[in-house]
Design a protein around this ligand. Structure first.
Ligand SMILES: [Zn+2]
Length: 207
């Protein structure tokens, strides 16, 4: 009787082990691969923010100056010119005539960063947008002032800061980037490889 019990226990253990490994295999299949599991975790914070605040999910995008269509401004250095990773918005008056002009959020979103990081960047504002089930990030650089804080939920067209010159490094302008990889570092503003960066003007016009 004892032997029988032992054998049945061994069979049970074997069954459980088999079952466990099958379950693992099945979940591995369901989630495609382990990389996908990690990616899902990365988005978890933003998934819950927008799930709890659905009114801040983006429905469309506008230009960040002269809203909604950049009236009174021109794009002095377009995306990919000189390996530029964004657009440089300037007032049509030239020079520093646009210094202190309002910068608006291109869409509803969540402020993930709002700080002076010095160097060639100055004051930088970064906003995460959920749009049609995907995530995008808009980056506003060289700002004269920052009018939002990390953690703010904002609506499209809300004033987030003012146009600056990064402490006198340039004539005042807004460097705007739009990214479809929201987990990148601030970067260098220019790069031969634009992976993770979108053409801001094209994106805003198409969405
Ligand atoms: Zn720029």
């Amino acid at each position: 009787m004892y032997r029988l019990l032992l054998i049945s226990n061994i069979i049970l253990v074997c069954f459980l082990y088999k079952n466990e490994s099958e379950t693992y295999f099945a979940s591995d299949l369901n989630t495609n691969n382990r990389g996908f599991i990690i990616t899902q975790n990365k988005y978890h914070k933003y998934d819950s923010i927008f799930k709890n605040n659905p009114e801040f999910i983006s429905k469309s995008f506008d230009f960040p100056v002269g809203k909604p269509n950049a009236k009174g401004y021109y794009n002095a250095q377009k995306f990919r010119n000189n390996n530029h990773l964004g657009d440089d918005w300037n007032g049509v008056g030239g020079g520093n005539t646009d210094l202190g002009d309002p910068i608006y959020s291109i869409g509803h979103g969540y402020v993930s960063f709002a700080e002076n990081i010095g160097g060639g960047w100055g004051n930088v504002i970064r906003i995460i947008h959920q749009y049609q089930g995907k995530y995008y990030e808009s980056v506003y650089a060289h700002c004269n002032t920052i009018n939002v804080q990390k953690g703010d939920l904002i609506k499209k067209g809300a004033m987030v800061g003012t146009i600056g010159n990064a402490g006198g490094l340039y004539y005042a302008h807004l460097h705007l980037e739009i990214r479809d990889n929201i987990f990148m570092d601030i970067g260098g503003g220019y790069a031969e490889d634009p992976t993770g960066y979108l053409d801001p003007t094209k994106f805003i016009k198409n969405n």
